[in-house]
Design a protein. Structure first.
Length: 299
């Protein structure tokens, strides 16, 4: 994988959404002029923020990508009720604002979705297929995507969330995820403990909308035509690895080909990009995306 010496020109921007939320975005403009304007959009997971993935973004910029790394609404530095949406589609509408602001060409854009960001990224492409009749990006890279929940949630809490999500949508439920189930890397765990931008509670409506999106992502397959790579932690205690494999198999059967590739990493915990062998994962992902970068180069 060829690299350049600098991670590019770095800028920070605030984007305004139609409903008044301010989205904080980081951008690295690639210095590799011969590579054109191929863009990698990184969509992070629930309760975290884009700042945790600056290291990966800089590696991608050095490899020749222009990189955009936003904080989702209600996450990190972005505004909006913390880890809350009235409709899951608000995440998709925010991506539309981002694509419009940066003038992104879907045919020259790759989306990397991490955990919940994977669910958002798939739904973005399904949404674009249904409403615009075209893919939302050139390729998808999904890292331990949220396609099923493995972390145990008591049935009484699910029932209560459904009740409160309808009548008292911003009722908060504190996360019961043990950070030690996310990564084996002790330094990453230390950084988590000291990170003031990490969120530790979600709303009842957020849970309802995630649950609805999980159903739709398996149902709305017509028009989905985006080559997709799934990197799934084998010892994931947060999302269900079997659900990710099932979705890959379902799409491949529906399209009659091998549109979605699935790769399992035995022994790895949920945060593949933050595990003890994260550097090798970064290199693997970027090398896999290298042909897309080459294809976007000027003729």
């Amino acid at each position: 994988m060829n690299q350049i010496d600098t991670p590019g020109v770095y800028e920070e921007t605030w984007l305004e959404t139609p409903d008044g939320v301010s989205l904080f975005c980081r951008q690295w403009k690639s210095q590799a002029a011969s590579r054109g304007d191929a863009t990698l959009v990184f969509v992070h997971g629930a309760c975290e923020h884009g700042g945790r993935h600056v290291g990966f973004a800089e590696k991608a910029a050095r490899a020749g990508w222009s990189v955009i790394l936003p904080d989702l609404r209600g996450h990190g530095k972005s505004t909006g009720p913390v880890v809350h949406v009235e409709r899951f589609e608000q995440y998709l509408e925010d991506l539309r604002v981002l694509f419009g602001h940066y003038g992104l060409d879907p045919e020259r854009t790759v989306i990397l979705g991490n955990s919940m960001g994977g669910l958002i990224s798939i739904r973005w492409n399904q949404w674009q297929a249904a409403h615009a009749g075209q893919p939302g990006c050139a390729r998808l890279c999904l890292v331990s995507p949220l396609l099923g929940i493995r972390h145990p949630i008591p049935e009484w809490k699910k029932s209560l969330a459904h009740l409160l999500g309808t009548h008292f949508p911003q009722t908060r439920f504190r996360s019961t995820i043990n950070p030690a189930d996310l990564t084996h890397d002790e330094e990453v765990l230390r950084q988590r403990r000291e990170d003031p931008l990490l969120r530790r509670a979600v709303t009842a409506r957020w849970y309802l909308e995630i649950d609805r999106a999980l159903g739709e992502v398996f149902r709305q397959l017509n028009g989905f035509a985006v080559p997709t790579d799934i990197y799934q932690a084998g010892e994931d205690r947060i999302v269900d690895p079997l659900a990710a494999r099932a979705w890959a198999d379902l799409v491949n059967r529906h399209t009659g080909g091998s549109l979605v590739s699935f790769r399992l990493f035995p022994g790895w915990y949920h945060e593949l990009l933050k595990e003890t062998q994260a550097a090798s994962m970064h290199e693997l992902i970027l090398s896999r995306l290298e042909p897309v970068l080459q294809a976007c180069s000027p003729v």
